[in-house]
Structure formats: C-alpha cells, structure tokens
Design a protein around this ligand. Structure first.
Ligand SMILES: [Zn+2]
Length: 498
C-alpha cells in the first residue's frame, strides 16, 4: 500500500495544487491526501456479550459505525488466557507459539523476532509519532519496545483515570500517528465480583465513558478533517461468571475486535476476524507494507478472507449426539460446500453423528466437545473449518475404523510449472492414526504429497506441487484414517498456479 512518498508530502503537494487550481479540486485533493492514523483501545478482561448487556453507549456507537467480531483465544498448553499472552498476541499480531509469552511471567518472550506493531511502525517510518499508555505496566514496559516514541505506565494511584487523561491530552495537544491505550478496571471488577455481576457491568460503563472521552478528543482535533482514523477496540481475555480467567472455558477464551474506519462497513458482524488482525490492520492503514518474512498471523480487516468452508455458516445446525455443547449452539454440518465432496465409502458405522467422517464446524462448537485436548490451540483456522475427529466419533459405539476423504474442487494449474498448495492445519497424533494429502491431475490417480504421523499443531502449510506437463487441473484429497485416536483440522485451502 506504500507509495514511497510520505502522506504528509502528498498533503503538502495537494494543498499546493488546491491553491493553483482553485476550490473545485480542493475537496477531492484533500480527501485523497488525508493523513492515516490509528487508535487502539484495549479493555482488559472485557466480554463482548457483557458490553452488549451494559450501559455502554460509546462502545455501541463504535459497533454501529463499524464492524464487530467475536474472537476466541487458545488455552494451555499453547498459553493461558491471561493478560501477558493476550496483549502480546494483539500487539505483535502473532499467536503465542510465535511470540512465546505463555503466562504473565513473560518467560520465553520472543519480541526480538516478533516485535510490537508500534516498533514496526518506527522501523519503517521513523518520522511517525507513536504512543502507548496503559494502567497495566507490562504493556508499556515489556511488550512495547524502547523504539516507541513515548511509553507510559500510568502511576497506580491514578489508574484508568490517569491513563484516560494522558491519552486525551496526547490526542489534544500533540500529533500522534499511532496510539495504544489499555484500561484495566473491567478485569479488576471481574476478579472481585465476576462477569455475571452488576459491578462488572458498572465497570464496563466506566471504561465506556473513558473510551468516549478518548474518541471525542480524537474527533475534536483541529486537523481531524484532514485525518483518516482507524479506531479499534479489543480485549485480552474473558472472565468466568464467578470471576477469573487463565483456564480453557469458552467464556475465558472470549475476546473481540470492534473497528471503525475507512472501508469498514457500518454495523457489520464478522466471523473471520481475529485479534491478531489488529496489528496487521494498523500497519496496513499507516502505509507500512507487511513483509511476509515477518510471519504475521494477522491480516488487514479490509482484505477479504472467506474460504469455501465459511459459506457453510448459515447451514450449521445444533448438536445431535454431543452432550457438552449447549443445545442452541449452531456449529456443525456434514454437508460440504459447493464443489467439495466427502468420500465415506470406507468409513465405519455408528459413533457420534456429528463426527462420522469429515465435518464442518466452528471453534466454539468443536472446542466445547471436550476441553483441554488441544482443540483450543487451533488458532490458525478461521470461521468454519473442516475436521476429522476420530476421538469424538468414538465416544459412542462404532464398527470399523474412521476412514474418510475430503475432496476439493478442481483448481486450475499450469502444466509443467510448479504450483503452491496452501492450507492451515491442526493435527494431533496418536498411532495408528494417519493424515494424508493427495493430489490428482485431470482426473488421474491421486498421488501422496504429504503425510501426517506426528503432531502438527496450528500450522500454516505451503506445499510445492510439481504439475505434470499438459495438466490443466488439480484436485486435492485429505484422507484421515484412525479409530479412537485424535483429530485433523483443515482450513483455507488454496492452490496458486505457477
Ligand atoms: Zn485478570
């Protein structure tokens, strides 16, 4: 997205053009040259469904004016649902298996390889002004690096009041390009009274007013008309009804992204957005090109990301044989999307209906089948994904083994040129289970290109295919065989012709 010319230079150029060409050109010229800026507000321990319950007019106005996406977290062994891993994930744009923060000790942090997004801004565009302020000191002191222009850990006595006052003053009296603010009091109320309490709702009301003050300061800037702000609000983890987090329950694993800005549809709900997208979106908005070598897990909010499995969202049904999932949770179908098929001709019979052969499901539905079996670590799947789960299938009496093949549509390829097969995968191994990826060209015999017989947790795969001369189409098969073992997840399947 970079032009190689700073936006400020463009603005000056446009202003000069306006003087020369007269007022008719001025509106379009000024609009084209608006200065991009980013504000991220973090609300520690805030649950989206409780924001909806609360008296929170400012947050609800941002939701009405932009997009709202529920986003779920990992659990152990990837990382605890606590602030260290949560803020690190949001601020670096990668999941804990990359940034290395698994709990609040910060042991294993790899910010040298995966720095905070303000540091990336400073590296790419040192002239931009970056600012971070938080009530929880490890955010400015540990997660953001010293390359950030100004980092402030609010004195404890001032708490969120001081954090808000500092953010407001910065927006009012200075010219920041990227601002990160984190308020803490919702988490405090969660710990002392629980997410089901009135005190928790009252704390949301409090940070809502503070959010409103920060956004009002932004919109009151003298130069606001020449600025193009992307505002994002998020949380680092959820809270149980009784209070507390760190564990693997669905409620503790809840976070969200609210985003308001250019290219974001007002009042929209997204299922494909995750908290790792905040850093990527901030960088893209500020004109910092994201280098694939950085290994970011996020992508900009306005880059469409739907895959074929996501088209099934409206077709998802409620549980049939599963008992641990709420009876109203929509989350599974065994009917593949258009162009895809499932070959169950060698599949055993009986077992749990939901998982008899390849199924299509969501993080909520699938992880609620049974906690703490690393289903929570499936962080690189988005929205609806495909799963072959021999372990859950086997929870009712079965005959035979789990042997099911998911078959893709025929993708165009170029004969004699290499192609790239990319997908995300989450594979947990127990012998004699096996996962096999096979490719066939123009209806020929499928050839094995990859076999899984060891854990491949939350992995992004990219396989080079040697396309035979003369071949025009490639079809991919994912065959899972096993019994009462573990599972295999596939998502975002894509073939790029060479
Ligand atoms: Zn907490």
């Amino acid at each position: 997205m970079t032009t190689g010319v700073s936006r400020r230079t463009l603005l000056i150029g446009a202003a000069t053009a306006v003087l020369a060409a007269g007022p008719l050109v001025s509106v379009a010229a000024a609009a084209a040259a608006k200065v991009p800026k980013v504000l991220v507000i973090g609300l520690d321990g805030a649950l989206l469904n409780r924001i909806k319950d609360a008296d929170a007019p400012h947050l609800k106005a941002l939701m009405a004016g932009g997009l709202t996406a529920a986003s779920s977290l990992y659990a152990k062994p990837m990382a605890e649902t606590s602030s260290g891993p949560g803020w690190s994930t949001i601020i670096t744009g990668v999941w804990p298996d990359k940034h290395g923060v698994r709990d609040n000790t910060f042991v294993g942090a790899n910010y040298a390889r995966y720095p905070d997004f303000l540091t990336r801004v400073e590296t790419a565009k040192p002239a931009l002004s970056t600012y971070a302020v938080a009530s929880w000191a490890p955010i400015p002191n540990t997660i953001f690096s010293s390359k950030v222009d100004t980092r402030v850990a609010t004195p404890e006595a001032e708490y969120d009041t001081g954090t808000t006052a500092r953010a407001v003053a910065r927006l009012k009296d200075a010219d920041p390009d990227a601002v990160f603010v984190a308020l803490d009091n919702v988490d405090h109320a969660g710990h002392s009274s629980g997410a089901a309490s009135q005190a928790y709702l009252d704390a949301i009301h409090g940070v809502d007013a503070q959010t409103g003050a920060i956004v009002a300061a932004l919109r009151a800037r003298a130069s606001y008309g020449q600025e193009d702000w992307l505002i994002m609000v998020t949380a680092d983890h959820g809270h149980t009804d009784a209070g507390g987090h760190g564990g693997s329950s669905w409620q503790e694993r809840q976070t969200f992204v609210i985003a308001d800005g250019p290219g974001v549809s007002a009042g929209s709900t997204r299922h494909d957005v995750k908290i790792v997208d905040i850093a990527a979106s901030a960088l893209a908005h500020l004109g910092v090109p994201v280098d694939p070598a950085w290994g970011l897990d996020g992508r900009p909010l306005n880059v469409p990301s739907a895959d074929a499995f996501d088209t099934l969202r409206g077709a998802l049904g409620t549980r049939v044989d599963e008992s641990g999932i709420g009876s109203t949770v929509l989350g599974f179908t065994r009917t593949p999307p258009a162009g895809w098929s499932v070959d169950n001709s060698r599949m055993g019979t009986g077992g749990v209906t939901e998982w008899r052969g390849w199924s299509f499901t969501t993080d909520e539905f699938w992880t609620k089948t049974e906690r703490d079996q690393q289903r929570e670590s499936n962080v690189r799947s988005r929205n609806v994904f495909a799963v072959a789960d021999g372990d859950e299938w086997h929870d009712r009496s079965v005959t035979g083994t789990f042997d099911s093949t998911l078959i893709s549509p025929a993708y165009p390829v170029t004969g004699g040129r290499p192609a790239t097969l990319a997908f995300s995968t989450h594979y947990r191994q127990e012998a004699p289970q096996k996962g096999e990826v096979l490719v066939s060209y123009d209806g020929g015999a499928p050839v094995s290109v990859k076999t899984y017989t060891a854990d491949a947790i939350a992995r992004s795969e990219s396989l080079t295919l040697q396309v035979p001369a003369g071949a025009a189409q490639a079809r991919v098969r994912f065959r899972y065989t096993g019994g009462n073992n573990w599972y295999w997840v596939i998502d975002g399947v894509k073939i790029t012709a060479g």
